[in-house]
Write a protein that binds this ligand. Structure first.
Ligand code: NAP
Length: 870
């Protein structure tokens, strides 16, 4: 380490880290007139590319994409020699950037930050380093990288080994010669997979210790592909703009087709093409549901396992190399050069630690449960304390001395992955809660640095000293990040994305999975709406613009955008016949829903003639309880089969027979035809339970939208009539009233599929104004709700009907009815019934199934008692 005087100073900004992020931050901030110093523990620039010098280290995002875009001149003058550049070439690039923009003069190398404390009185951070520096700054920016703090190896005896030891993430600067040596590599993540084939070329014997096999496929590295280069050179600015608004920071087409929608032959052809492309993202892009649907994902897994089995000659080794404990992509996949082929070499051996775990490292090698092995060298490719490790490694203290490590003890809490409440003027570049490691890092780094720089400029112009996110904005963002993750397969894997690789680290999905494009939109919107979710203070005044930037669930937002892009006509502008045809067409392309034991169509007597029904039976042996179901469609649209996927889902989740009943529709048959048919149908189902394969007495009702209205009315009538016995009601976004002035009508009038205009159209077709207040039309208007069956009322946040649903739940509870109200955050009117489309509503569908099972379970003892006394 070079010697230097310790420094004191008062700066605008201290940036920690001199990698891609820190270098660009320095360039940008200094250019904007902010005095800036960068601190880095390394002796030169490069960040992760400074430390990860292990043999075979190279990027796995194509170098054209994995490079700065901020300066067209820089782009023009730098040409990459390979498709995926090696670590030395990337380091040369970063050195070139440092020289070109004269950055080194403001970087203090070989300097580690030990503590950072916010001084609220002075509105300054106080930064101390291991070189005795004592710096004050207005803004403290952590550009420490997501994968920079190597994980402490959690293997007993590590310190005992007397041979050479190397860590991929802290590789020495001198050449390491493996010739003639017996080498062990522990770890088969990206680092292990890259270095193993190269080490094998030199070593006398190589033993690979694998705990979890990873999915990898050939990178097909070589010269920069001509097509890629041509696409970039044709219009670099447009190319970069496309990357900024892409899903993962690389311009790419993502399929909207589901994997199991196509034939196996077509699917395999798509996978072969993705495999041949050598592109890390290609398999994820091949089908829309690879990241969300277990069955779809399994088709990719099996395809890749087939490739491994075809390459590796020893079947036992091949099988051990086949990942079977996680879905493709839920642990970071790899691309390689001759990784699997390496295991065909006579001097290379794989030890599967799942079968033969390491007992201890010894002075001379590694003892597994089965044998004692001697080595000259051990290489640890055991990974990093990702995303949060490097940030909390510094003793960061915010307001009132609060420790960041304590605040994040149960998982990081950030607003946009950029800031965290209680730590004013503290920014994290590609912090947890931003796309970061799920994206091309350079694109995400530039976006964050630009956002922070623009923010500082804004504060300077407005004479503001202090910025901090509001607790509500942060809480909502943390929730949003988790909501997005939950609709994917990611949380099911023990990955470093989940913090699962570090013992004791909380299991929280760390990056934002909603996409670079969507994330950028949210960040831009925050600014456009006056820094929504931030509080500022300074001579320019104190201001707090509290609010939540993203409120719709990710898949709901995507669906609404897709519908909007189709430019569909509004239903209420159509004739009834056209509206019916239109709604049938909309339903035609939807996923079918889960398989049930069987479906049987039939006719039952309605109030004024036969009604069609469809009966869904579970695969389990009967008899089963029965759910009488009423479809949605505003009393005008739909039929007994129009909510088919949802009825299947209900049947599977509740293990009950679902009888979906048609009822007469308006305007041909206006109020109270639908309600009367509903009641007649339920009476018939109760009387014919045996015939349907059901348990007598175990009958619940369920309905969605106008069907929820019918279900609610049926329960009121059954109570009044004293028959039939109904053990529970599930009302999903029900119409319960005819009042259009509730807040949810006003706030959600437009844009969330069910609009106020459409609701008026439905009502106009169904009932005369004078009839609408009748409890058979507006069950909320009933004077007495006591004695109704236990209820689950589901409402959606962005639904005009939200408040009347909630009001009905409240009114029933006030009348002593056992009620569960399930408000669905970020959902719209159609979410819950959109099975396998709105995955974020799967939790609500599970609650519905659970409620029905509960209704039946609670009712059975009474029923049995009644049956016994008969
Ligand atoms: P990693 O993906 O976390 O892999 C670490 C490996 O070590 C895993 O196989 C892990 O097994 C194993 N391991 C950890 N502790 C162990 C123990 N106590 N005993 C036995 N095995 C143990 O780390 P990495 O390979 O350094 O890669 C980290 C990330 O850095 C990558 O996912 C990627 O994002 C990035 N990276 C990128 C590149 C590139 O661009 N080409 C190159 C390298 C790294 P388990 O899976 O069972 O925990």
């Amino acid at each position: 380490m070079s010697t230097r005087e310790s420094v004191k100073g008062d700066l605008d900004v201290v940036v920690v880290g001199a990698g891609f992020a820190g270098l660009y931050a320095l360039h940008r901030l200094r250019g904007l007139g902010f005095s800036t110093t960068v601190l880095d523990g390394a002796s030169d620039v490069g960040g992760t590319w400074y430390w990860n010098r292990y043999p075979g280290a190279r990027c796995d995002i194509e170098s054209i994409d994995y490079s700065y875009s901020f300066d067209p001149e820089l782009q023009r003058e730098w040409q990459w020699s390979e498709r995926y550049a090696t670590q030395p070439e990337i380091l040369r690039y970063l050195g070139h950037v440092a020289d070109r923009y004269d950055l080194r003069r403001d970087i203090r190398f070989s300097t580690r930050v030990t503590s950072a404390a916010w001084d609220g009185g002075a509105a300054r951070w106080r930064i101390r380093t291991d070189r005795g520096d004592d710096l004050r700054c207005r803004f403290y920016v952590m550009a420490t990288g997501c994968l920079s703090l190597p994980k402490t190896p959690d293997i007993p005896g590590v310190e005992r080994f007397r041979g050479e030891t190397y860590y991929t993430g802290r590789w020495p600067h001198h050449d390491v010669d493996f010739s003639g040596k017996r080498v062990a590599v522990i770890g088969t993540g990206s680092s292990g997979i890259q270095c193993i084939p190269i080490i094998a070329q030199q070593a006398a014997a190589l033993t690979v210790f694998q705990r979890t096999p990873n999915f990898s496929r050939p990178a097909h590295n070589g010269p920069v592909p001509a097509a890629k280069k041509a696409a970039f050179d044709a219009d670099p600015a447009a190319y970069r703009e496309a990357a900024r608004w892409s899903r993962a920071g690389v311009p790419m087409n993502y399929s909207e087709v589901r994997a199991l929608q196509v034939s196996e032959a077509e699917r395999l052809a798509a996978y072969e093409a993705a495999y041949a492309s050598g592109d890390l993202l290609a398999l994820n892009a091949a089908y829309a549901d690879v990241g969300t649907d277990p069955e779809a994902n399994e088709t990719v897994c099996e395809f890749l396992r087939g490739k491994i089995r075809a390459i590796v000659r020893d079947p036992a080794t091949a099988e051990a190399l086949c990942p079977k404990d996680h879905f493709y992509g839920t642990k970071r996949p790899c691309i390689d050069t001759n990784y699997y082929e390496t295991f065909n070499l006579p001097h290379v051996r794989l030890i599967d630690l799942r079968r033969d775990p390491i007992r201890t490292i010894t002075e001379r090698g590694i003892d597994t449960a089965a044998e004692s092995l001697a080595f000259d060298v051990i290489v640890f490719a055991t990974g990093f304390d990702a995303m949060t490790g490097a940030i909390v490694a510094v003793d960061v203290r915010g307001r009132d001395g609060a420790r960041l490590a304590a605040k994040w003890a149960d998982g990081p809490r950030t607003y946009l992955g950029l800031m965290t409440t209680g730590f004013p003027n503290f920014f994290t570049i590609t912090g947890p809660g931003s796309p970061s490691v799920l994206s091309n890092m350079v694109v995400s780094i530039e976006q964050h640095v630009d956002w922070v720089s623009d923010c500082l400029v804004h504060m300077r112009a407005e004479r503001l000293d202090v910025i901090e996110p509001t607790p509500a904005a942060e809480a909502a963002w943390v929730q949003h990040v988790d909501d997005c993750a939950q609709i994917t397969l990611f949380p099911r894997a023990s990955s470093w994305y989940m913090g699962a690789n570090v013992p004791g680290k909380p299991r929280v999905f760390l990056p934002y999975v909603g996409g670079v494009d969507r994330y950028r939109k949210a960040c831009d919107e925050v600014v456009r709406r006056g820094y929504l979710g931030f509080a500022f203070d300074g001579p320019g005044g104190a201001r707090c613009n509290d609010g939540v930037v993203v409120r719709l669930q990710l898949d709901v937002a995507m669906l609404l955008e897709r519908l909007e892009s189709l430019g569909l006509p509004a239903i209420e502008t159509m004739s009834v016949a056209d509206a019916r045809a239109f709604s049938r067409a909309l339903a035609a392309g939807r996923p079918p829903g889960p398989a049930v034991g069987e479906t049987v169509d039939g006719l039952l007597p309605g109030a004024a003639g036969p009604l069609a029904y469809r009966c869904y039976r579970p695969a389990s042996p009967g008899p089963h309880p029965i759910v009488a179901y009423f479809h949605g469609g505003g009393w005008v649209l739909g039929a007994h089969d129009s909510d088919d996927p949802f009825c299947r889902d209900l049947c599977v989740r509740s293990d009950a027979i679902v009888v979906s009943v048609d009822y007469r529709h308006a305007p041909e048959d206006r109020f109270p035809a639908a309600a009367d048919d509903g009641f007649a149908a339920v009476e018939w189902i109760a009387a014919n339970a045996d015939r349907l394969g059901g348990e007598p007495g175990a009958l619940a009702v369920c309905g969605w939208s106008a069907g929820g209205n019918i279900a609610a009315v049926v329960c009121q009538r059954a109570r009044h009539a004293g028959r039939p016995g109904i053990v529970g009601q599930v009302l999903v976004n029900p119409v319960t009233d005819c009042d259009f002035t509730r807040e949810s009508y006003l706030h959600n009038a437009d844009g969330y599929f069910l609009t106020t205009a459409l609701m008026r159209w439905f009502w106009d077709h169904y009932a005369d104004p004078a009839d609408r207040t009748h409890p058979k039309a507006s069950p909320l208007r009933a004077t007495d709700l006591a004695g109704l069956p236990p209820a689950l009322v589901v409402t959606a946040e962005f639904d005009p009907l939200r408040d009347e649903g909630a009001a009905y739940a409240e009114a029933m509870a006030a009348a002593g009815v056992e009620v569960q109200h399930l408000p669905c955050r970020g959902q719209i009117h159609t979410s819950v019934v959109s099975v396998d489309v709105i995955l974020s509503a799967a939790g609500a569908r599970a609650e519905i199934g659970a409620a029905l099972r509960r209704f039946f379970a609670n009712a059975r003892p009474a029923e049995r008692r009644r049956a016994g006394s008969r």
